[in-house]
Design a protein around this ligand. Structure first.
Ligand code: SF4
Ligand code: SF4
Length: 194
């Protein structure tokens, strides 16, 4: 599995402090991998002699874009917002280990959290709001280890501290916010419940 983006929520009341981890589970739908997003993603840090195939694709892309911008901004915009990233292959990133930093960080970017195209992100934001509602909350943003493994997750993520009752309240809130079965498995694993 790849690294997982998650938020660590710390709750404070008059008498208690407790915390929980809420992960974002990408469903690999490929929607965010349009050319438009890729162009905002940043550099691919690999030399032409190391990966000539990548640099060949990039040259074709940038030549095409240069032609399109000559034809007009509207034509250019229509192309970049409707064309998949050239490195998207069967809904998977073919350059995943060396993808641009913006792709790597999504949705933890300035524009990532504003995205309205990612259904998984919509659910994640609803879950986050549900957990925070009515509570004095501090949120911090994290990624798991790149070689994330659900069996050891609780030892490698920021520790969550809660009682059984607090955990069960979170589960009810997450169900009401539409958490999926896969997301629940990951939630349990990041909170030491797997
Ligand atoms: S749109 Fe969301 S769920 Fe789909 S690939 Fe992108 S991050 Fe993953
Ligand atoms: S480089 Fe990979 S992650 Fe980034 S937009 Fe292209 S296919 Fe998606």
């Amino acid at each position: 599995m790849a690294e997982i983006f998650y938020v660590h929520l710390e709750f404070r009341t008059k008498n208690t402090e407790w915390s929980i981890n809420l992960p974002f589970l990408c469903t690999k739908c490929g929607v965010c991998c349009t050319l438009d997003d890729f162009l905002m993603g940043g550099e691919i840090k690999v030399l032409p002699e190391e990966r000539p195939d990548i640099h060949k694709k990039l040259k074709v892309l940038y030549d095409t874009l240069a032609e399109l911008i000559e034809k007009g901004v509207d034509i250019y915009d229509k192309y970049t917002t409707s064309t998949p990233c050239p490195f998207l292959n069967n809904k998977l990133c073919s350059i995943y280990p060396i993808r641009p930093e913006g792709c790597r960080q999504f949705p933890n970017t300035a524009f990532g959290m504003q995205s309205r195209d990612c259904e998984a992100l919509d659910r994640f934001k609803k879950q986050c709001i549900a957990l925070k509602r009515g509570r004095n909350t501090t949120i911090t943003f994290h990624f798991t280890d790149p070689k994330f493994d659900s069996s050891t997750a609780s030892k490698t993520v920021k520790p969550a501290v809660y009682t059984d009752k607090q955990y069960q309240i979170c589960i009810v809130k997450l169900h009401n916010a539409g958490i999926t079965a896969d997301e629940l498995v990951l939630f349990n694993s990041l909170n030491g419940k797997s």
